[in-house]
Design a protein around this ligand. Sequence first.
Ligand code: ZN
Length: 200
Amino acid sequence: MIVPMDLYSLVQRKGYLSPEMAIGWKIGTYVAEYFDDLSDVGVAAVSDNDAVLALLHLIQGNGYPGRIVVPKSARPWDFLFYHLTTGTQLSFTLIRKRTELPQKIRELEAELCEHNHDELERYQASLDFLIKSILREPVTSFSLIRQSRCRRLHIQNEEGHLIHCHHCGSLIPPDRAWDVEGDICCLSCAGLEPVWGIYH
Ligand SMILES: [Zn+2]
């Protein structure tokens, strides 16, 4: 299997290549190209798996002190990137049937052992096929990408003046509000991770 050079160094270090690693690497390189680089990008991922490893490898390989948020509660995406300079959010939701092994192959996992050559070969062939297709195909073939713009409202706070979030209705001071495509909302309804709020 042909593995891109900068991913290969991670594969060598870890001793294996998984579908999640390939996914993280593909999405990370897509985002790096989209925003020119990853120096000014907040990264969040719902699962702390090999995709996070690959994303960290990409960020740190470019000389940036990478940090990836893994939220404790559910999110409507698998990966979220936030470009601080432009306020652009890019979210990625994986298409499971393109990123996971078929059910009948996953069922083999429980019985895999070195004595079971046929099953082991079938499983390995399916795994290789999945990884190859993730590396070869464009990111849009295995994930849905959504883009939105948000910016911090810069309104002077007046004593006791609060505004309503258009989405959840909570009351917020104007300088804690965000404009997402023309909708005024709180940090959480803006879809941003709490830690990113302090960058502004
Ligand atoms: Zn809200």
